[in-house]
Design a protein around this ligand. Sequence first.
Ligand code: RB5
Length: 314
Amino acid sequence: MESVLFVCSGNTCRSVMAEALFRRLLRERGQASGRPPVLVSSAGLDAVEGAPATELTRQVLAERGIDLGVHRARPLNGSLVSEATWIVAMTRRIRDEIRRRYPHKADRVITLGEVTGAPVDVPDPFGGPIGRYRETADLLEAHLPDLLRLLEGEGSQGRDGMRIAIGSDHAGFPLKRVLIQFLEEQGLAYQDFGATSEASVDYPDYGRAVARAVAQGQFDRGILICGTGIGMSIVANKVRGIRAALCHEPYSARMSRLHNNANVLVLGGRIIGPEMAREVTRVFLETEFEGGRHQRRVEKIEAGDGEQKGGDPA
Ligand code: RB5
């Protein structure tokens, strides 16, 4: 984690509080750990350049011992996005809009709610009484430490600290919603890499983003869904370090973990029903790799065929 950019609508309330509270968190843990510095900033999707923070934002931060100093709102732009390692949107609508505007950065745009136990959307206190501002500040204060832990790769508040990357194309989108609900019920931390609707998209774009994030160690497991699961399997298995398993019943899901140490589960949204998909996902996430002779076999997979033409460098 080198830089974190918080984004809300106007950059006068939520993202300002998030920036100030996150800075303080970093300061508090910085002295002791000696970790490299992290840049923290904020912007607004519809911000009016130079607008000050609202008085109530300033006030609730002061109540928490933070002097905001001079704050001038900034509209989100391409260079802010390019400079950010992680972009934390305050709502799903804001996240999706950033991903739409800057698709090359889509896998780096998250909401607080999808990676911590915070509500899916952080409520906007703008125009409300101070109580609304206090609620928002409390919520951010409670969940920003989880974000920090996650971005530092120390696990999240999700059950067992497991982090899951999930993605689909348009054909897999309805089943992805079912599985996201399942992950939320289970208290598992996840990041949705898109697609964001049933409008036609190309599955390799989403499959590769999820597979790379898992291969790079940002997530423990991946879940990919397209119409049949076949396209997503082919894409994911071309990323080095990925062992993607297309499973439509629990036995295969279990064996893919026990024997193959599969790290990505692939499902066909047009093949499998929601209840079976939930069960397959549950088994996949709960089963541990058996190791032993299977470790040797997995190592032979990872050694490749000695040709290694092209392939993915990830
Ligand atoms: C999209 O129509 C479909 O081709 C895709 O979802 C997937 O099934 C590809 O393998």
